[in-house]
Design a binder for this molecule. Structure first.
Ligand SMILES: O=C(O)CCC(=O)C(=O)O
Length: 244
């Protein structure tokens, strides 16, 4: 990675890498995911996957911790271009934390509320990055992702309940002139990759298209120096279980 790329990441809080993965790599990921969704969901604890239509268990929305259920995803997390890039971006060795599948089914896929991953991570120092891998064409109609440029430099904003399945927290005062002026929406093609710092504010639009899904893979890495506040995290997770 070039020094200027790292400087851009440090200044803006996110990067866009077109064609980071090949179409054949994307096809393999998609067929692995299809296999899990169609035939293996029952092997995964129900707390680790969610449907957009929860009442009718229709429209898979997300699967968490894929690395625990398939060695293919464990390998992508631990021995890949992603872990190498995370190391370069954070400037230290990294720990691969999780691989997630994010989908927004056509018509019903809800928007992802504005949030900072670091609010959930509870790390000190906040050394962590999230990759977002487009598995399909994504644009304004089916749930493109946006970032607020430079927002990682201003600490953690106040979050509260969002009411959105899978993304329970949102930034309560999101939408200030500065948020909106600095927000960039990014259209992506299969194989394109976005990466953001744990404090970068981001969200995604709903899928209002009639017949296109919006599939993506997320990968999270913590820097070796980042210490998790495990008690705070436990208390936070317990509070979520009580109210969600
Ligand atoms: O794909 C989405 O809708 C949200 C992704 C996200 O919030 C993330 O990658 O941190």
């Amino acid at each position: 990675m070039k020094g200027t790329t790292k400087m851009k990441f440090e200044k803006e809080g996110y990067l866009y890498f077109p064609e980071f993965l090949s179409i054949s790599e994307i096809d393999t990921i998609k067929s692995k995911l299809n296999e899990i969704v169609d035939n293996k969901l029952h092997e995964i604890p129900s707390a680790h996957y969610k449907f957009e239509d929860a009442a009718n268990k229709k429209g898979i929305k997300m699967i968490q911790d894929l690395q625990l259920y398939d060695p293919f995803f464990e390998k992508i997390l631990l021995e890949s271009k992603f872990s190498a890039l995370a190391t370069a971006l954070l400037g230290e060795s990294v720990i691969g934390k999780t691989v997630e599948f994010f989908n927004k089914p056509a018509k019903i896929g809800k928007g992802t509320p504005p949030h900072q991953d670091g609010y959930y991570f509870m790390l000190d120092p906040m050394s962590a990055v999230t990759f977002w891998v487009a598995l399909e064409e994504v644009d304004q109609n089916n749930g493109w992702v946006s970032y607020v440029k430079g927002s990682h430099l201003n600490g953690v904003r106040t979050h509260g309940r969002s009411g959105t399945i899978g993304f329970s927290q949102e930034i309560l005062d999101f939408g200030t002139p500065s948020d909106l002026e600095n927000e960039e929406f990014i259209a992506t093609k299969p194989g394109d990759v976005l990466v953001h710092h744990a404090l970068t504010i981001h969200r995604a639009a709903p899928n209002t298209s009639l017949d296109r899904s919006r599939k993506a893979l997320g990968l999270i890495y913590f820097g070796a120096s980042a210490k998790e506040d495990l008690d705070a995290k436990k208390a936070y997770l317990a509070s979520l279980n009580k109210i969600d």
